[in-house]
Design a protein around this ligand. Sequence first.
Ligand code: AVJ
Length: 341
Amino acid sequence: MANRQQSPGGPKTLPAKRTRSRTTKGLTAEQRVFAQQVRRGLLDPRQKQLPCQYFYDAVGSALYEAICQLPEYGLWRADCRLLERHGRELGQIFGNRLAVAELGSGTGRKTRLLLERLVARAQVAYFPIDLSTPALAQCSRNLADLPRLHIAPVQKSYLEGLQRVIRVCRDRRLLVLFLGSTIGNLEREESQHFLAAVRRLLRPGDGFLLSADLVKPKAALLAAYDDPLGVTAAFNRNLLARINRELGANFPLGSFRHLVRYNESERRIEMYLEAQQSLEARIPAARLRVRFRRGETIWTENCHKYHPGELRAMGLQAGFSVAAQWLDAEWPFAQTLFMVS
Ligand code: AVJ
């Protein structure tokens, strides 16, 4: 877990107690890993934290879809506008027999804007890569009507999935998509390593299209992550609700407040859940009892923001060349096309 900076939530955290209960029976393999990650994050003596990848169960994914429609949250629409504006150009660059692999494809609603423009002039093999089976199923359904599109879902982590795709489509140029500014969840150093790992898997003629949210006025960012309707607050609290649902915990959801700050030096939004009174929660499947002091926080997400030049430099450092960079005027957001030359 990367985000280990100072917390806004006051002095030392209250220790958590390991319990001896043996209630991990009946858990799936994924839930066991979930329980281990929860245990590790909540036992962290410096700052309690939970990994943001667990936001996306069925409820969380639906809340994220709602976030993307919020007037305050401009990322999704900016990404869509750039795909609509430059989709044809991408088609011209990659020719008439290409493969498209998407890291973290979600429902595919946004990717459709690009795929529609690609299949207008090419045979396309599309490989949505996602850990969530329901999301992959929905993605395939959302795109099934597109002509000249072959869909091959890959339920794997990003790099494992990409390795699989490269093995099965040696005869086509490959365009890898990493949209939505999901890269923002990684620490900057981690992002650099990730780009280098993707670069190592690709061959000359392949490309990597990276979406990233850009630095902008603090007020706009705080509104995007702490919307007045409370959808992002629900998305954040759903993490505790999921631990209650899947790991048998008893977190009192109403006792945790959604807290967002903008870390100027790190150029990132940080999301927390703050305990409104001192309380204790039991998480049997993680064999844990956790006590919270009033005002103590759980760190749940980092959303890093970038400068256009920084993104280009990251790609060059990873061994890519920069073929194009498109910026959205309405909501500062960038799509950068990296190529293997
Ligand atoms: C899916 C990681 C791109 O960082 O904006 C939205 C997640 N968190 N609102 C983002 C998110 C709070 C989103 N990413």
